[in-house]
Write a protein that binds this ligand. Structure first.
Ligand code: GLN
Length: 484
């Protein structure tokens, strides 16, 4: 049962082959016996899950099955979940039990989905390896000495290890696509504004976007059908009609214009990863796509621009974690200043502190123009590059990450190299575009993801392009040996 996709599970539930309670119990048992090896969950919610499963079965019996009726899912611990700890991977919020649900959670509940629990993540979504989580490193199910990627590493590892059929992630600079690539699953970061950010703990508000992490593009389409939509409670969510994302999955790719940015295939890209990507592109040629080299000349500015904008926004967003309004409070504060200093000093980990310091500096009087304003200008140049490229091509393709999963501990003392693991994903967030990573092959038994980048709101096109690849290849069906 645990190797089935959402599509197959929905068919099984509808045919009465198994109930949601049975299905949910299967996954809870797997989490209980196998998650020790992976550490992909911060909180498992068996009582809620079984209750929801029971309700889902009753709704189906009454002929009221919602879109994801009875399907168990794992939710990234960045989404507020009513009555359940919502830690964001931080000691700061370890005891925080949210009094309300994020819009995404409400939508899943309304669709009849079942929540298995909350997944491990880098602290406040800052990281590329899941090593900054206060709840310990997540291990990559393909090789437990390596990282799963981050920050949605728990969500990616849980799906790869078949501990959940699908999960949610969030992507500020690559946190859905890079872990999807490292764990051999399908991850979609929608257009900025496509999915509500209400109740999703903010890291960098102008970049954060939630999306599905699944085994197949078809499942990602089903998840996005539930997640997407305008929300009056998020002023940055866009009032744009939500299509049925499954409707165009089978469109032909004959004549599809694919752009390969030459900057994505230069120095820094592992040679073997490059070969996997090149053969994936050949597969598209066989399907009738027309391949063209393009240029995104400002690519090299993406990481430095991001590391001004994201820390600036995070320093502002995280100011509410002060031990008074939100978050850990120190013992016996002497006065208010002592309370702030020690609460924040004890509650945040080193990577979060580094970002708050950088962001506070970049926003301070005298430096604001030199850093923040300049970064906003480069952001515009990066967006212009993409817009120009999309005058000529329908989709941009390249690697999702420069390498396969690296060893745990290998980059913890080298933040710059760590930051560079998002070199191909970050510009997509700065431009607000949708992007995907799909399994495209292996290097030394470790998965490699192909990145697909689309025009604003072209999620249907990306899902179509991904689904056609998955009809021709079986990389997305492979499971790590110990979790088959
Ligand atoms: N790895 C990037 C960072 O550390 C992106 C994280 C994310 O997308 N949440 O900021």
């Amino acid at each position: 049962m645990h190797n089935k996709t959402i599509t197959e599970l929905s068919a099984g539930l509808e045919a009465g082959d198994f109930s949601s309670v049975e299905l949910t119990q299967t996954y809870l048992d797997r989490i209980h016996s196998l998650d020790k090896q992976v550490n992909s969950f911060i909180t498992v919610t068996p009582e809620i899950a079984l209750e929801q499963a029971k309700n889902a079965d009753a709704q189906r019996a009454a002929g009221n099955a919602g879109l994801l009726n009875g399907i168990p899912l794992a939710q990234k611990d960045i989404f507020c979940t009513k009555g359940v700890r919502t830690s964001c991977g931080s000691k700061m919020l370890d005891p925080f039990v949210s009094p309300y649900d994020a819009t995404t959670i409400t939508k899943f509940n309304d669709s009849g989905a079942v929540m298995l629990g909350k997944t491990n993540m880098d602290e406040f979504a800052m990281g590329s390896s899941n090593e900054t989580s206060w709840y310990g490193t997540v291990k990559n199910p393909w090789n437990q000495e390596t990282v799963p990627g981050g920050s949605s590493g728990g969500s990616a590892a849980a799906v790869a290890a078949r501990l959940a059929p699908a999960s949610t992630g969030t992507d500020t600079g690559g946190s859905i696509r890079q872990p999807a690539s490292f764990c051999g699953i399908t991850g979609l970061k929608p257009t900025y504004g496509r999915v509500s950010r209400y109740g999703m703990i903010a890291f960098a508000s102008s970049l954060d976007q939630a999306g599905p992490m699944t085994r197949t593009a078809e499942d990602a389409a089903l998840m996005l059908n539930v997640m997407a939509g305008h929300d009056l409670r998020d002023s940055t969510s866009v009032d744009e009609a939500v299509p049925d994302y499954t409707a165009n999955l089978n469109d032909s790719l004959e004549g599809l214009k694919v752009g390969l940015p030459k900057e994505f295939f230069s120095e820094g890209l592992n040679d073997d990863v490059a070969k996997v990507i090149e053969s994936a592109v050949k597969e598209y040629e066989k399907m009738g796509a027309v391949i063209k080299e393009i240029s995104l000349p400002t690519s090299n500015l993406a990481v430095p621009t991001y590391y001004i904008i994201a820390p600036s926004e995070c320093s502002s967003n995280l100011s509410r974690m002060d031990g008074v309004r939100f978050g850990h409070r120190c013992e016996d504060p002497k006065d208010l200043n002592d309370l702030y200093i020690r609460s924040r000093g004890e509650g945040f980990g080193p990577e979060v502190k580094r970002r708050i310091l950088v962001g506070t500096y970049a926003l301070s009087e005298g430096f604001y123009d030199a850093y923040y304003v300049k970064a906003q200008k480069t952001r515009r140049l990066i967006t212009n590059d993409f817009n120009q490229a999309f005058d000529d091509v329908d989709v941009i393709m390249g690697p999702a990450a420069p390498s396969t999963a690296f060893k745990i501990g290998e980059l913890t003392d080298d933040p710059i190299t760590m930051y560079l693991s998002d070199i191909y994903t970050i510009a997509v967030n700065l431009a607000g575009l949708p992007g995907m990573s799909i399994p495209a092959g292996f290097v030394n038994n470790m998965p490699v993801g192909l990145q697909l980048i689309g025009k604003h709101f072209a999620e249907s096109k990306l899902l179509n392009v991904a689904h056609q690849f998955q009809k021709e290849t079986d990389w997305h069906l492979k499971a790590p040996e110990s979790f088959k």
